[in-house]
Design a protein around this ligand. Structure first.
Ligand SMILES: NC(=O)c1ccc[n+]([C@@H]2O[C@H](COP(=O)([O-])OP(=O)(O)OC[C@H]3O[C@@H](n4cnc5c(N)ncnc54)[C@H](O)[C@@H]3O)[C@@H](O)[C@H]2O)c1
Length: 271
């Protein structure tokens, strides 16, 4: 039995990385999917490939910081497929800088995509879900929602804000049969890191060296592993779960780095 048979889903940032893996998994599980992205070429290519393989997928070019475009995206899903059961807010951007480098323009840009874009899509989705008797919203946050990693003060701020947004929606719309949950991935190797490595003049191997080493599992996630956790929260398997922040971080948030250092100083190594 496919876990999203007959469901209608909207996924933002679906042309790459975690969002693309989520679109692919949702289609494999029987959902009809509308995906939004600024990247027209890749978004259309993902939709074309999945449709050619028998899926039902629509791509809508969308800049999620624009409320009217978010409304049009959700409306496109409803008009094409007849309703909306699932929204995955995933489109996100990063800036690498500390508080002294921030300015109003970069704050507006990152808050616009990472927070207001989620809220705009959620607003339109909640209205649609209320009409069809309920639904599930999954907001992709980050392990940076609960822990700082340095030099990303704006990003960290937005990812913490996503948790508040999620709880607010969950509280207000539980009575409408709508669940809202956040997921906080740890390091996941995606196209974003390929671009970042190139910008820094590094190979991707050099750039991702050390990725995930602070967690128990000592490796980054594959996008498909995060998509599987998103699927769980989106599906009826999570029917009694709302308002949570699911850490999908290979145990990073569960490690006490101080105790790890103490053990290492004593010459005790992890097996
Ligand atoms: N990769 C990681 O290590 C990691 C870890 C924790 C959380 N996350 C979060 O997961 C989400 C996806 O990240 P990813 O690594 O898959 O990134 P990615 O860069 O591979 O994919 C993001 C997609 O979002 C699209 N996008 C960017 N801005 C947009 C906008 N304004 N409107 C519409 N689409 C837009 C991009 O074109 C791209 O296709 C982000 O919210 C990110 O913060 C990623």
């Amino acid at each position: 039995m496919r876990r999203l048979e007959g469901k209608i889903a909207a996924v933002t940032g679906g042309a790459s990385g975690i969002g693309e893996a989520t679109v692919r998994r949702f289609v494999a599980e029987g959902a009809k999917v509308c995906l939004a992205d600024v990247d027209e070429e890749r978004g259309a290519a993902v939709a074309d490939e999945l449709n050619a393989a028998g899926g039902t997928v629509r791509f809508v070019r969308t800049q999620t910081q624009d409320e009217a475009q978010c409304e049009a995206f959700i409306r496109a899903a409803v008009d094409a497929f007849g309703g909306l059961d699932i929204l995955v807010n995933n489109a996100g951007i990063r800036h690498y800088q500390g508080i002294l480098e921030t300015d109003n323009t970069t704050w507006d840009r990152i808050l616009g995509v990472n927070v207001k874009g989620y809220a705009f899509c959620a607003k339109a989705a909640v209205a649609a879900m209320k009409k069809s008797g309920g639904g599930s919203i999954v907001n992709v946050s980050s392990n940076r929602s609960t822990a700082a990693g340095g030099n990303m003060v704006e990003y960290d701020t937005t990812k913490a804000a996503v948790i508040g947004l999620t709880r607010g929606i969950a509280y207000d719309h539980a009575r409408d049969g709508i669940r809202a949950n956040a997921i906080s991935p740890g390091p996941v190797f995606t196209r974003f890191h390929e671009k970042r490595a190139a910008a820094l003049g590094k190979t991707t191997e050099e750039f991702i060296r050390g990725f995930g080493q602070g967690g128990m599992m000592k490796r980054p996630a594959r996008p498909e592993e995060i998509a599987a956790a998103i699927l769980f929260l989106a599906s009826d398997d999570a029917s009694y779960i709302t308002g949570i922040n699911l850490m999908a971080d290979g145990g990073i948030s569960a490690v006490d780095p101080d105790s790890l250092n103490t053990w290492l100083q004593q010459g005790v190594t992890a097996s």
